[in-house]
Structures are given as C-alpha cells and as structure tokens.
Design a protein around this ligand. Structure first.
Ligand code: FEO
Length: 173
C-alpha cells in the first residue's frame, strides 16, 4: 500500500492530469471554431493522452489497494490570442506539471517507496517529451510568423497526428 500522504498527493496529481486534458480539449474546440482543424486534432490527441496519464495513476493506486477520489475539475480558459500564445501557455503548464511530478518523486524517495518512484519515473520521461514538443511548436510558429501558407501547411501536417492508447501493462506502470 501507498502511504496516506502519497495517496493524497497522487490523487491531486490525477486531478492535475485531468485538468491538463480539459485545458487541451478547450484549446481543441477553440481552434476547431477558428478554422484550424489540424491544430484542433493535435490538441484533441493531447487531451486523450492526459486522460491516459490520469488513468495510469488511478490504475496504480487501485493496484496498491489505495483509494482514488476524483475531485472537481477547475474551469479553464476558452480562448487564446494566437496559436503562439496557446503553445506558450501549453509549455508553461507542462513545466508546472514537471515540477509537480518532481515533488512526487521526492516524496516517494523520502518514504523509500520504490514502487511508487518507479511508476513516477515514466512520468519524468514523459515530461521531457511534453516540454520538448511544446517548445518545438513554439519554434515552428515563430519561424512561420504571419505567413498564411505556412500556417495552412502546419495545420495540414498536424491533422495527421493519431492517438495511441497508453498501454497499462506492467512495463508501463
Ligand atoms: Fe500529463 Fe502533459 O502531462
């Protein structure tokens, strides 16, 4: 079993992952409303991945005999000034999530809870990817600037992103 303190902290992280998903879903519908179906698709896949992150933590708590307590998900913004602004918000948010994960790892180390730390290491690696991807989008959008054809081409490219469900098997837990 995971300690009560860690159980509470992981439940908070589940809420943070679901909030992340809600934020990206909001971005997805915003760009769908603004004639950018490829960007909408990209954020929709992001939304599904965040749900998987939450599910992975829920699965872990249940497997350890702990309680999952889902809490209300806070309101998210519903519009952004530009594509660049949305990805800057995304990067900033992913940096916050990285620090939350790091705090959880530190807590599990203090408790010598190696199983929890091992589960969290997957998230440590995932966060490196999440930040790198958001930074890559920002770099691309800065290069494109106001070039309409560039935005059009990037939108077409992002429409190809597909969702792959996260494997909840033992090697991913
Ligand atoms: Fe669940 Fe985008 O980190």
């Amino acid at each position: 079993m995971v300690s009560k303190e860690l159980e509470v902290a992981i439940n908070k992280q589940i809420n943070a992952e679901l909030w992340s998903g809600y934020l990206y879903l909001s971005m997805s519908v915003h760009f769908a409303n603004n004639g950018l179906p490829g960007f909408a698709n990209w954020f929709k896949v992001q939304f599904k991945e965040e749900q998987d992150h939450a599910h992975k933590l829920m699965h872990y708590l249940v497997s350890k005999g702990n309680r999952v307590e889902l809490q209300p998900i806070d309101k998210v913004d519903t519009s952004w000034n530009s594509l660049l602004h949305a990805f800057e918000v995304t990067l900033e948010h992913e940096r916050v999530v990285t620090s939350l994960i790091n705090n959880l790892v530190a807590m599990s180390r203090r408790e010598n809870d190696f199983a929890t730390e091992n589960t969290l290491q997957w998230f440590v690696s995932e966060q490196v990817e999440e930040e790198e991807t958001a930074q890559g989008m920002i770099d691309a959008l800065k290069l494109i600037g106001d070039n309409g054809f560039g935005i059009y081409t990037m939108d077409k490219e992002l429409s190809k992103r597909t969702y792959t469900p996260l494997e909840m098997s033992s090697d991913s837990e």
